[in-house]
Every structure is written in structure tokens, then in C-alpha cells.
Design a protein around this ligand. Structure first.
Ligand code: F6P
Length: 568
């Protein structure tokens, strides 16, 4: 069976783990360019058929918004749900500023706590997905529902799409993802009667009858295999933003291709700084490797973008939530999220710069790195950081490198994102402001994704281009983990699965009860364990006991080095 493109290994990044920091950035750039230029025979986001669909869908959204009782609901899991939140927040804010009804809503699997922490198990439930959509839309007469699942795989989204298909008079379903439909996930979903593939095929039929849309450009595999927070997350942003801009601003006077080309030039501007970005990765890698933490601080969308980056590190790299954290100025008061202030629910939910100053600053050390994102937070925080022993970096669009204000950071990265002036001049002044905001936010996404990915590569959390310490916390990640173990061994799928189970259950001999338990039991058993996949890889590759695999890892956490020592 062909692997979904989103789960394939990208040949461009197969040596990213042994690249220098600057080379890491260049590899990430090459992979990101596939968003715009396509992969193999695909055209990426510039595909004509896709652009036509975006045009039609934007008109549909615009009609729904104009009617009373209409709404746009964007939903997804993990990064996809977080980007749904960001988009809804940004465009509601814009509509409000124009005195219009705020008609965007978001749903994220696991509710608002999942905006900041990883709650992957919630992604596996199609029934809860459908219930949530029902709840959000009960008062609405017509809804454009946009379900984002990069891998065309999340059961939570499948349940919602299925609900939409059963009520065509109310819902227009839209699926955003980055695989062809035939590569949608075709595995049984627990306590449900359809696979994702079946739902996607039903959607294809509805699309032919002009009752649904599937936006699934092929943009090539991720630079870190399966890490959909990166290219797929960026492409999700671009598609949602282009759609929403064209829906709310009929007289935008740009074509969709022109708007997309602006995102591409911003991508070029960011990565042109590969040397400086490489130095930033070195600083971040040094922090993680010496046991320090990385703290991003930002205002509004910049802070939120950074929080989203940080929140994906635990499931992707087995990181602790302390390793990289994001803080936004004003915390929940700046968010406009569904569930309101969650700051009393635990330290993971203390997300304001004020929380950072109160709880973290007093104990900060020279191993820690504070990254200021944008001019606003720099103005607000640079003085309080001046004498602190930590490493400090500043990423800005306006910073004048010659100005003395830079003396409090040892590292600064200034962008001037070259916007095509004739194109910008065609956009109305208030919409221009919004477009610049979106382009700056996406460029910061590229910066923080490079930083956190590069730092974890330097920490040894990537082998070739595989995330070898992925958290086994839902069905998709369980199956991905089995694939990773198989990839490093010459074992069959079943044998690889057994090695993973041995690591999960911490035993050299599995019982019948353990091997026959449902995947959800394995996920629950794995949830509190560290280094599950690296241990499984070692027992698969070296045929050793659990105990010796753990000993090897405690002496040398970089798996490629352990393997080099033991395998000729
Ligand atoms: O299961 C965790 C995760 O892989 C996140 O890393 C990711 O953001 C999320 O799932 C969403 O995946 P998809 O968009 O493919 O449903």
C-alpha cells in the first residue's frame, strides 16, 4: 500500500540530522519551496484547479456571511485546530473593526486546553467531533464547515464531515489536507462504521454535485517526516487566509495567484537570512543541550504563533513542556478564545508575558534563551531583560541594526519583507494592514519552526529525517511509531509492532493480553513513559533486552551515535 505523502520521508532532508545549522535552514527552505512549486508532477498551491475551487468557495463563504444566521466553522486537531483558532480570531477582529458580525468560529479537538498543550487522544473520536459541530451550529441556518486534517486522517474531523454530508441543506463541507483522496487513511476507527477514506470518497461524490469542496494540493513530504506542523501547517494558514480574505473583501483587486506569490516572496526573504537563522538555531540548541529552556515572548499574533510552535514540541520530539514555551502579552485577555481564561488550570495554561515575568524571570539562568518576537514586545520587555544572565535574541521587522536599542540582545535578526509595491498599492489601506499582519505572522512561523526544529536536531531528537522520540499518544502516532521501528530494523510490521509493545509495557516477554489489547490501551500505557520509540528501535535493531536498551540510551541519548557504536 502506498504511503500517504504526508507520512513519506522527503529525500531533500535525509541528512538533516548531520547538517550544520545553516545547512539545516537551507534544507528547510528547499522543502518549503515545494509548497509553491509543487512536488513531482503536482503544482503545489499554484495548481489551476485548486485556485478555481478557492475562487468558488470564497464566493460561497461570502454569501453565507452576508445572510443572517450564517457561519463559517473551521475545525482541526493539534496544529490544524490551533491555526483554525488563529484564523477565526484574526478575521473576526477584522469584521468587528468594520462593524460587521463576527461570523468565524473554530473547533479544536480537546477544546481550548489543546491550544497550548498536546491532547492527541481527543483526535481519535468522530462522535465527539460531530457533537461539537452540532453544538456550535445549533442556532445557525447555513454553515460553511472547513475541516482541516493535513494527513486526511483525523477521526474527529471525519465525524464532522460525515455530519455535514448528512445535512446538505444546512452545511457545505470543505476538507483541507495534503494527500490525494485515494491516500486518505483507510484504517478502522474505533466504535465507528467508516474509515476516513470512505468519508473522503463520499465527499468527492458531493463535490461533483457542487455540494462540497476538497482542497488538497500536494506539497510534498515534511522535512521532518510526518511533522505536519511545518509545511502542512504553513499551507493550511495560506489557504485559510487567502480564502477568508477573498470572502470578506470582494474588492481586493488582486488575483489569488498574486496573493500567493506574496507569501512566496516572504518565504524567500526569510530564508535569505540562512546564516543568521543558523546562528539562532545554534543559540537555541546550546540552551536545550545544557538543560536550559527557550522562552518566546510576543504580542498578539506573534506571541500566539510562537505558542503554537512550542506546543507541538512535546508530541514531536518527546520534549517536556518546559523545554520551549511561548508567552503572549496580556495572556487570555488578548485571545478571544471559546473557553475564556484557563490560567487557573495549571502552569501550562499560564501563558501571559506577565506570568513569565512573575514565575520564570526570577530563576532564569545563563542556559536559558529568551526570544523577543517583534518590535512591540521589544519595547515592552527589553529593559527588564537587560541585566539578566540568560541568552537573548530579538526577531523583528523594524529593528534598525545600527540603533543602540539592540545592546540588550546578543543576537538580532532583522527582516525587511520585500512586498511587491505595485501589488500592495492595489489593496485598500485597511485591508493592506491586514495583509501585512498575515505576512509578518507567517514569516515568524518560518523563523520559530526553524528554531525549534533545528534545536531538537542538535539535541539528537532526529535520526536522518525521522522524529525518533515521537510520543505514542493517539492512533495515528501509534501507527507512525510502528513504521519508524520497522524503518530502522529489518523486521516485519508485526515484529516491529511487538518491539514497540515491549517498550510500552516495559517487558521482554509480552503476554497474550498485551498483544491483543486495543490500540487505545497501548496509547494509555505509553502516555506516562519516556523514550518509548528509541528503546523500541534499539531492541528491534540490536535484539537486546529492554534493560540494556535503556542503559545504552541513558549513556548516549543520541540514537544515531548509539547505533553507530553497535552496528557495523
Ligand atoms: O496527533 C498529533 C498531530 O500529529 C499533531 O502533531 C498535528 O498537528 C495534528 O496531529 C493534526 O494532524 P492532521 O492535521 O493531519 O489531522
Amino acid at each position: 500500500m502506498e504511503q500517504p505523502i504526508t507520512e513519506q520521508s522527503n529525500p531533500l532532508s535525509s541528512n538533516i540530522d548531520v547538517a550544520s545549522s545553516e545547512e539545516i535552514v537551507q534544507i528547510l527552505y528547499a522543502c518549503d519551496l515545494e509548497i509553491f512549486h509543487g512536488w513531482k508532477n503536482s503544482q503545489g498551491i499554484k495548481d489551476k484547479g485548486l485556485i478555481e475551487k478557492i475562487e468558488n468557495l470564497a464566493k460561497k463563504i461570502s454569501n453565507v456571511i452576508e445572510k443572517p444566521g450564517g457561519g463559517i466553522v473551521i475545525s482541526g486537531c493539534g496544529t490544524s485546530g490551533r491555526i483554525a483558532f488563529l484564523t477565526a480570531r484574526t478575521f473576526n477582529c477584522y469584521l468587528k473593526s468594520k462593524g460587521k458580525e463576527e461570523c468565524f468560529q473554530y473547533i479544536i479537538a480537546g477544546d481550548d486546553k489543546a491550544l497550548f498543550t498536546s491532547i492527541e487522544l481527543a483526535e481519535d473520536d468522530p462522535v465527539v467531533g460531530a457533537e461539537k459541530l452540532n453544538q456550535v451550529c445549533k442556532e445557525k441556518a447555513s454553515v460553511v464547515y472547513i475541516g482541516v486534517t493535513c494527513g486526511l486522517s483525523a477521526p474527529f474531523v471525519a465525524g464532522q464531515l460525515d455530519l455535514c454530508l448528512s445535512q446538505p441543506e444546512k452545511y457545505t463541507p470543505v476538507l483541507i489536507g495534503f494527500n490525494p483522496v485515494e491516500l486518505a487513511r483507510n484504517l478502522d476507527i474505533e466504535k465507528w462504521d467508516k474509515t476516513f477514506l470512505q468519508v473522503a470518497q463520499n465527499l468527492e461524490i458531493a463535490e461533483k454535485q457542487q455540494k462540497a469542496f476538497i482542497l488538497n494540493p500536494v506539497i510534498g513530504p515534511e522535512p521532518i517526516t510526518g511533522s505536519s506542523r511545518m509545511k502542512s501547517g504553513t499551507t493550511t494558514r495560506i489557504l485559510l487566509e487567502v480564502l477568508s480574505l477573498f470572502a470578506i473583501q470582494k474588492d481586493i483587486k488582486l488575483s489569488i495567484e498574486e496573493l500567493m506569490s506574496m507569501y512566496e516572496s516572504v518565504c524567500n526573504c526569510v530564508y535569505k537570512q540562512s546564516h543568521h537563522l543558523g546562528s539562532l538555531i545554534d543559540l537555541a540548541g546550546a540552551s536545550l543541550n545544557s538543560g536550559g529552556n527557550i522562552y518566546y515572548l510576543g504580542c498578539e499574533g506573534f506571541g500566539l504563533m510562537a505558542m503554537i510552535d512550542a506546543s507541538e514540541c512535546p508530541p514531536t520530539y518527546g520534549a517536556s513542556f518546559h523545554d520551549i514555551r511561548g508567552f503572549v502579552n496580556g495572556g487570555f485577555s488578548a485571545l478571544n478564545n471559546n473557553d475564556g481564561d484557563l490560567s487557573n488550570s495549571g502552569s501550562q495554561y499560564q501563558i501571559s508575558v506577565e506570568d513569565f515575568e512573575r514565575e520564570i524571570l526570577p530563576a532564569i539562568t545563563s542556559d536559558d534563551l529568551v526570544v523577543l518576537l517583534g518590535e512591540d514586545i521589544f519595547q515592552r520587555s527589553s529593559k527588564s531583560l537587560l541585566d539578566l544572565p540568560c541568552k537573548k535574541a530579538y526577531v523583528s521587522f523594524q529593528w534598525d541594526q545600527t540603533s543602540t536599542s539592540s545592546t540588550c540582545v546578543e543576537f538580532g535578526l532583522a527582516f525587511s519583507i520585500a512586498l511587491n509595491a505595485p501589488l500592495m498599492d492595489r489593496i485598500s489601506p485597511d485591508c493592506k494592514f491586514l495583509v501585512i499582519q498575515l505576512l509578518e505572522e507567517v514569516s515568524l512561523k518560518w523563523v520559530v519552526n526553524s528554531l525549534s526544529t533545528g534545536a531538537h536536531i542538535l539535541k539528537g531528537k532526529v535520526c536522518q529525517n525521522i522524529m525518533i522520540d515521537v510520543k505514542v499518544s493517539n492512533s495515528k502516532l501509534f501507527h507512525r511509531a510502528v513504521g519508524i521501528v520497522q524503518n530502522y530494523s529489518s523486521l516485519s510490521h508485526e515484529e516491529s509492532c511487538h518491539c514497540l509493545l515491549k517498550s510500552i509495557y516495559d517487558t521482554d516477554i509480552l503476554t497474550e493480553e498485551q498483544t491483543s489489547a486495543p490500540v487505545v490501551s497501548h496509547i494509555n500505557a505509553a502516555s506516562q513513559k519516556l523514550m518509548v520509540v528509541p528503546v523500541a528501535i534499539l531492541i528491534a535493531k540490536l535484539s537486546c533486552s529492554i534493560k540494556s536498551a535503556k542503559e545504552m540510551i541513558s549513556c548516549q541519548p543520541v540514537l544515531r551515535k548509539v547505533l553507530m557504536n553497535y552496528v557495523n
